[in-house]
Design a binder for this molecule. Structure first.
Ligand SMILES: Cc1cc2nc3c(=O)[nH]c(=O)nc-3n(C[C@H](O)[C@H](O)[C@H](O)COP(=O)(O)O)c2cc1C
Length: 321
């Protein structure tokens, strides 16, 4: 995306990247770049609805919705723009602003404001959960492309798209994102998922943080997309809890890796340990720079690419009693 990073560790968008103090701590510990906490379309829309519901009991007036929406939106965008400006002043690493969109409406226009505030790039955190069984899958993909195209038409800084694993054709999705102007993609976002509490018989939230084994969710796709869609930069995300996970994703073809859960669990002090592990690996294999091993085990660079395509456990089960 044309950004210069001193290492392939990026702090993923989260509450940890929502204040200048926390970001300064991450930068001091050695993080290579930071994606700021997303501005959420859905959250503000929900706040508007809540406020309006309360207001209805107090005899609301017809223009209330527009007024409240405008006020909340302006207030939120101002805070996010200040965060971009202040972060740019405070640290000397690339600062990427993040917009969460579920539609290609006015939210996409915030990208221009972020660019003017000094963001080095935009990450679009797009997630649409289809709840209508008649909705055609192609329409869902089109929504992602429409948001991207709208944002690309408004900014000159690089734009990446962070999406989830639940697309029927990940290679096709990555290819279409590239064709519609994405400079990079983040594979993959991790979403809130429900669980059921058997003690209270209530729907609850499942574990918020990922596990180290979760890199399996993206490793295959990083290996395949990096080979199939040239010149599309990949930030591998989800389950990166140590330097080894970073190395694996880079060997598969990732440009950078994004860290979130590990920073929540261990704090910024874990970053030097990541860097030591990467340096140790490079020393062992005599790699002088990250490019020396990036993509070395991607789909197109291994003798048996079918290993990336294998999806059934047939052999595993046939050898076990
Ligand atoms: C508490 C929390 C808050 C998050 N907030 C955001 C956010 O504002 N925007 C976003 O794009 N992703 C958000 N994420 C997702 C992370 O950026 C990341 O993609 C995901 O947690 C997977 O990475 P991990 O396995 O290292 O946690 C959040 C994750 C957590 C756990």
């Amino acid at each position: 995306m044309g950004l210069q990073l001193k290492n392939p560790l990026v702090a993923a968008s989260s509450g940890l990247t929502g204040s200048v103090e926390k970001i300064r701590e991450l930068a001091t510990a050695g993080i290579g770049a930071v994606v700021l906490k997303s501005i959420f379309e859905e959250q503000i829309n929900n706040e508007v609805t809540n406020l309006l519901q309360k207001d209805q009991q107090n005899n609301s007036y017809p223009e209330a919705e527009d007024y409240i929406k405008g006020y909340l939106r302006d207030n939120t965008i101002t805070k996010h723009l200040e965060l971009v400006e202040e972060t740019k002043q405070a640290v000397d690493i690339p600062v990427i602003a993040s917009i969460n969109c579920v539609s290609s409406d006015e939210w996409t226009s915030f990208a221009k404001d972020f660019e003017q505030a000094g963001a080095d790039a935009i990450e679009l955190n797009i997630f649409y959960l289809p709840t209508d069984r008649n909705e055609r899958p192609g329409m869902v993909e089109q929504l992602y492309l429409d948001v991207l195209k709208k944002v690309k038409s408004q900014v000159t800084i690089p734009v990446s798209v962070k999406f989830g694993l639940n697309h029927s054709n990940i290679l096709g999705m990555a290819d279409k994102l590239k064709a519609n102007g994405a400079d990079g993609i983040v594979m993959f976002n991790r979403f809130f998922e429900p669980d059921i509490n058997l003690e209270t018989l209530e729907l609850t939230s499942s574990e918020v943080f990922s596990l180290p084994t979760d890199i399996r969710r993206s490793l295959r796709w990083v290996g395949m997309v990096s080979s199939a869609v040239p010149k599309l930069e990949i930030a591998a995300s989800t389950g990166i809890h140590d330097g080894q996970a970073v190395i694996k994703q880079i060997l598969a073809g990732a440009t950078v890796t994004q860290l979130c859960s590990t920073l929540y669990i261990n704090g910024a002090k874990i970053i030097p340990a990541f860097l030591d592990e990467i340096s140790g690996f490079m020393k062992k294999w005599n790699f002088k720079k990250i490019d020396d091993f990036r993509g070395r085990l991607s789909y197109k660079n291994i003798p048996d690419p079918m290993l990336y395509e294998r999806s059934q456990f047939m052999k595993y089960f046939s050898n076990r009693s």
